[in-house]
Design a protein around this ligand. Structure first.
Ligand code: HEC
Length: 144
């Protein structure tokens, strides 16, 4: 009996040390929480886009005019896959363009059809648009 108890105690002690080690390492991993410097939110920091998410969003908002394959629809949106405009715009410029759109009254408009701001879906965030741009880039890479 005495011996057994002794072993049990050692086991518990060992477990205790293991737990302590785990807790200590867990705490050590956490860097002190401090926001990125200058995180005002106003600066147009390049957002990383997710092309998979972007495709979903594209199909939901842009495909009605630009087609599910982004090759454009007659009398509606333009072909994005061969667009020199898209090819030469940086991601940041494209973001600004999509937010503004290009109304038929804009002298730069080429079709006489409105490209509505955010494709007519004001719910799209900058991150959503960055995702859409990442998807467009899979079809028409940036080649200035
Ligand atoms: C209601 C129809 C419509 C929807 C929806 C729409 N677009 Fe457009 N888009 C247009 C039209 C029309 C043009 C061509 C404007 C012109 O004549 O210059 C255009 C042009 C563009 C261009 C410029 C292409 C070029 O070569 O000049 C981009 C980029 C673009 N759209 C992105 C988008 C994205 C991204 C979405 C979804 C968020 C979207 N569009 C949704 C109608 C639409």
């Amino acid at each position: 009996m005495k011996r057994r108890n002794g072993h049990g105690q050692w086991k518990i002690l060992g477990l205790g040390f293991l737990l302590l080690a785990l807790i200590a390492s867990g705490c050590g991993g956490g860097a002190p929480a401090g926001g990125a410097p200058g995180g005002g939110g106003a600066t147009p920091v390049a957002l990383k886009g997710n092309p998979e998410k972007g495709k979903e969003l594209f199909l939901g908002t842009c495909a009605s005019c630009h087609g599910p394959d982004a090759k454009g629809l007659p009398g509606l949106g333009k072909d994005m896959t061969t667009s020199e405009f898209i090819r030469k715009q940086s991601d940041a410029q494209l973001l600004e363009f999509i937010k503004r759109g290009r109304p038929a009254t804009d002298p730069a408009n080429t079709t006489g059809v409105d490209m509505p701001p955010k494709g007519g879906n004001p719910a799209l965030t900058d991150q959503d648009l960055a995702d859409i741009i990442a998807f467009i880039r899979t079809l028409n890479p940036y080649r200035p």
